[in-house]
Design a binder for this molecule. Sequence first.
Ligand SMILES: Cc1cc2nc3c(=O)[nH]c(=O)nc-3n(C[C@H](O)[C@H](O)[C@H](O)COP(=O)(O)OP(=O)(O)OC[C@H]3O[C@@H](n4cnc5c(N)ncnc54)[C@H](O)[C@@H]3O)c2cc1C
Length: 446
Amino acid sequence: MGSSQQRVRVRVQYVTTTATSTPNEKGKPYMQTRDDILIVGGGVVGAACAYYLTGRGAKVTVIDKGEVGHGCSYGNGGLIVPSHSFPLPMPGAIFQGFRWLFDPTGPFYIKPRWSWQMVRWLLRFARCSTQKQMHHAVDTLTTLSLRGRALYDEIGESVTDQMHLKKYGGLYPCRTTKGLDHAVFEMETLRPYGVEGRLLDKHEVLEIEPAITTSVIGGTYFEGDAHAEPLSVVQTLLRLAEEQGARVEPKTELIDWELSNRRIDAVRTTRGTFRAGQFVLAGGSWSPQLARPLGLNVPIQAGKGYGVTIETFDPLPKVPVLLNEVKVGVTPRENSVRLAGTMEFGGLDESITERRVRAIVHGARQFFNIPEEPRVVEIWRGLRPCTPDGLPIIGRHHRWENLTLAAGHAMLGLTLATATGHLVADLIGGDTPCVDPRPFRPQRFC
Ligand SMILES: Cc1cc2nc3c(=O)[nH]c(=O)nc-3n(C[C@H](O)[C@H](O)[C@H](O)COP(=O)(O)OP(=O)(O)OC[C@H]3O[C@@H](n4cnc5c(N)ncnc54)[C@H](O)[C@@H]3O)c2cc1C
């Protein structure tokens, strides 16, 4: 048999231990590429890519159209939650979503508008809402989220202190049998993939979080979850990247790409032209429009959500709480509490619908002693970058030799950012990927 006909099986070993690959570790192989790298997007994903790439000696520039970290990574729930490793498309999601559509205060909404991209996205979403796809997505997301969670620990305590990272776990209290059944179903689904939860009776729920005032019947608790200040995470990662040599350019908006054959040569921005040998597109919900001039169809739809930060109340929650029955997350902060929720599909529209903000506060009030008119510190909205199969898009695109995509992290951007940054550095640097990159490859949508 001629050598061209021989099939060589290459077994790739993915690094799943937590010990080996912190960027500054002595003996870490440096990047095989000597190219300058330009990262478009200074959200948590772009920041993590910058951190891990500079950690391996790469010369990196990060550009952002606004202040870094002021996109979707600014006012989110701050939860680092392997326990939430579920995709948006789940069995029954279409039916449930359809029912919520007619509730003006419901947690899910699709703004009626004609968009061919949205129709295609919804059709793909419907195809992915199966039992089989859910298990594939949970398997993939837990691998990335557990790796991401471990990487936060590996960065070191003095750094995670600056991110205000706290390891108090994540609590899912329930008031109804249906809610508790669902919480148990989620816990049992996650267990085979290494995410360990505990079933609690009502006394145990109140022991962990005495601030819950309503009558709960039980809940689940995930000790491995953590929470942090999302903006501090971005700022800390970028500061570390700068200390490792990165340049960070805020208020620098990409206008267009300069291309030759199958390569990108430069980007033209509102602050001049930036040349580089490698490009990383980490533009969150803006990635589809940024990729369009490259002839790429990146199927991401923006899922708007709100973060409502209110002044502390009495008794104050100490542990992050996910109220699945009302679809609201409650995160304790230094001098306030953040309530986060809703998923509205309406393109890149960033307007605020006050009745949905009120519905979030109302949902949380069913569990906590939140006053009728709480003192609002800030109302924020962010656009979650959602893919139709519920998995982020991470990897090189076959169409362009020197482009890597890192976007589409939906409800889990903070949770998955560190592992994404590490994986991007592995792929560009030619190292063994820290997780199997195949489920994330951009080509799955071609
Ligand atoms: C209400 C809410 C609660 C959430 N809670 C959590 C949570 O508790 N835990 C969790 O893990 N995730 C959570 N998420 C999800 C998380 O916020 C996102 O997945 C994450 O922020 C996405 O990060 P990103 O870097 O991909 O996008 P972004 O943070 O949006 O960054 C993209 C960047 O690209 C920049 N950009 C866009 N266009 C251009 C251009 N032309 N030129 C240059 N730059 C450009 C933008 O300015 C932006 O800064 C939540 C989201 C919402 C909305």
